[in-house]
Design a protein around this ligand. Structure first.
Ligand SMILES: [Mg+2]
Length: 399
């Protein structure tokens, strides 16, 4: 296999860093996100908190014992997701081959980028600087010929690290590492290796396979491969999203049935446009409705044919919302409404049913194309189908 250039990018203490970023008073203080309440576990700990021995997945009670002066905060997932989207935007500006592992961590395959191949460190440094400039957050990066070593490299570089392991430098980098750093190897196995005096990657690499087999059985070849830094797994870009949705929370409760209809039409069109922009279709449309007492209702209905057409989604969203409305008491009120497209599948371009211009579906599709083009030029929200006009200012969301 030709040499590859893989980056593992991981933000440092992500949730805790976001809290420190948004509230400068927390900078330099031990910040612990999560771990509130009786049974909560820690989601993230700032480096100041880690000095007290606090780490993620630790029970909150233990964290409070270790770090009584810690600032314990509830997670703000919406904010973390918002910054994560910007960070992933930076990734995708470099390559489409981005495999996200979590909100703040991904593999990037830059093998096909001649500039990055020639100057991998400068490229990774540029990415770190861009993330810093756009979000204020610090990312550590490991660069290596494969995923396993790239991840080890970024871990060892933390915090604020940039570690490059070239093909030629693999052995020098890996040999001194303790066997606990092996990927996907349990404690029992590492304990067995240690008892046999195999404590480092180097020692493991030099162990004859039959001896290793006697110690760890079928795992032996895999362990040897890891110790040599062999890992041929590809960077696999994200699988298709499971659903696409939009929702709005109202400043004032929504009380008007026709307003809800207008809103449903708008949101269905938006969701359909996002499906088309991702070359997806959905089989199911759902609506989400929340009353002021925070009870949330969800209704869904399947489409006869998978679709990405605004009118098809709109018809279902409106009828589901209206059905809910009619079932409520004399004066329904809404705090939040949303439209969700579910059961997504790739649009393979086989749309025999919809290509005819004479059919209603064909006309819908033509209108969708015009709307997409207009949205691209003028932005979301300026244009919509004639029937969805009016009343918008009343239902303008306070999101
Ligand atoms: Mg991280």
């Amino acid at each position: 296999m030709a040499d590859r250039l893989i980056l593992h990018v991981d933000l440092d203490a992500f949730y805790a860093s976001v809290e420190q970023l948004d509230n400068p008073e927390l900078q330099g203080r031990p910040v612990i996100v999560g771990g509130l309440g009786g049974r909560g576990v820690v989601s993230a700990a700032s480096y100041e908190a880690r000095r007290f021995g606090v780490h993620s997945a630790m029970p909150g009670a233990r964290a409070r014992q270790l770090c009584p002066e810690g600032v314990f905060l509830a997670p703000r997932m919406a904010r973390y997701r918002e910054l994560s989207a910007i960070v992933f935007d930076c990734f995708r500006a470099l390559t489409p081959l981005v495999e996200g592992l979590s909100l703040d961590e991904a593999f990037l395959d830059l093998s096909a980028d001649p500039g990055a191949r020639e100057h991998p460190k400068a490229c990774a440094q540029g990415l770190r600087e861009q993330i810093r400039a756009r979000t204020g957050l610090v990312a550590s990066v490991g660069i290596a010929p494969n995923k396993f070593v790239a991840k080890l490299a970024s871990d060892l570089g933390k915090p604020d690290g940039l570690v490059h392991v070239s093909e030629a430098g693999l052995r020098a980098f890996l040999d001194p590492l303790p066997v606990e750093r092996l990927w996907g190897v349990g404690e029992a196995t590492t304990a067995r290796l240690r008892r046999a005096d195999i404590r480092s990657f180097g020692a493991l690499r030099r162990t004859p396979e039959p001896r290793l087999r006697a110690l760890v059985g079928r795992q032996a070849p895999r362990l040897l491969a890891l110790a040599r830094g062999d890992d041929h797994r590809a960077v696999t870009p994200e699988r298709t999203a499971r659903s696409i949705s939009t929702e709005r929370t109202f400043d004032r409760d929504l009380k008007d049935r026709s307003e809800l209809q207008t809103l449903m039409a708008d949101m269905a069109e938006q969701v359909a446009a996002r499906l088309r922009s991702k070359s997806l279709q959905c089989r199911t449309v759902a609506v989400k409705l929340r009353s002021p007492d925070f009870r949330t209702f969800s209704r869904q209905q399947s489409l006869g044919q998978p679709s990405d057409a605004g009118p098809a989604l709109r018809r279902i969203a409106q009828s589901l919302a209206d059905e809910w409305w009619r079932q409520q008491g004399p004066r329904p009120r809404l705090r939040l409404a949303g439209v969700v497209a579910r059961d997504l599948l790739e649009n393979t371009g086989q749309m025999g049913l919809f290509t005819g211009r004479d059919t209603a579906a064909g006309k819908d599709r033509d209108t969708d194309r015009l709307l997409d083009a207009a949205r691209e030029r003028f932005g979301e929200g300026l244009l919509r189908r004639g029937m969805a006009r009016g009343k918008r200012s009343d239902s303008e969301p306070g999101v």
